[in-house]
Ligand binder design. Sequence first.
Ligand code: SF4
Length: 379
Amino acid sequence: MKYVDEFRDRQLAEGLAKAIRHEANTRRSYNVMEFCGGHTHAIFRYGVQDLMPKNVSYVHGPGCPVCVLPIGRIDHALELSEQHGVTLCSYGDMLRVPASKRRSLLKAKADGADIRMVYSIDDALKIARQNPSREVVFFAIGFETTTPPTAVAIRKAQAEGLKNFSVFCNHVLTPAALKAILGNAEESGSVSIDAFLGPSHVSSVIGSKPYEYFADKYKRPVVIAGFEPLDVMQATLMAIRQLNEGRHVVENQYVRVVTRDGNVKAQTLVAEVLELRSSFEWRGLGEVPSSALRIREAYADFDAEKRFGVTTKPSRDAKSCECPSILRGEKKPTDCKLFGTVCTPDNPIGSCMVSSEGACAAYWTYGRFRQPSSPLEAA
Ligand code: SF4
């Protein structure tokens, strides 16, 4: 297939749905966690769950970088901007996530803080070059997909001798999160996960190899899947086949992009500039060992945490917001009593309703939780 609409072909989708119905054993259930927010949105946008038999369910995972960042880190960003007076740059979604006391970067901006929405870290570099008398900080978030641009920007800033630019580094890592989710699920017994759909873009950088240890140790199939509905359905079929055959290995459905070794050049670049943190707090998962990156000592001049001395504080999620349980796969957005009443994309209470990759936003945007109001709508 060559064009994107071919990956959304109705007839092929019906064929895959038929194969899944045929192969799914009716005497058992299949709980497949899609790690990535992009998959969650594909599932809701195209109604993939509706095409599955009753015993095949998707469990939504924490693969949304905006959603998993704990409130304490957003408080730090507010502190950088309001107490240290820096020009703080970040992505649009990040500006809207509620911090402590229902503050947000957007509200701080309205109160006069110099907070700018950017599309990439390169925009922040430009702002720093154009405003040599201002301290410019990029609020860096994201999984392994967004770490290479951060590493490149830090190297550029060093090469240019840019003295007023630094990065507040919040990059997190996928394999450690998978382990934490499954560890939590097994310990609490609150959610059953039989297999994982591995992330698309992240895997294009890290490759499929890092999941092999996980699949072997935890005895769960991992199928790396593309973002289109046929990708998700084919990967689901591959996971079901593994479970039926008692196998638990890493398979790659997204062969048009992902290789076993990934993008080695990007990995080398990241390793030169960034290093593992011993531990990092995730919303919903708590402290997860070796799950995030920080800036190496050789580039410490560009580390906003060191330059401005922000300190870690424990964070509290908004009362009644179920984001932590949703991010662990234990609950669905419709289990939250604030969903669609108090909490909507216009008035988000938790991060899962803000981000374009959040599970609550996916439920709300595509409205599949609603009962059809007429036979026409149902059709
Ligand atoms: S609906 Fe809103 S309050 Fe409820 S879990 Fe989602 S983001 Fe949190």
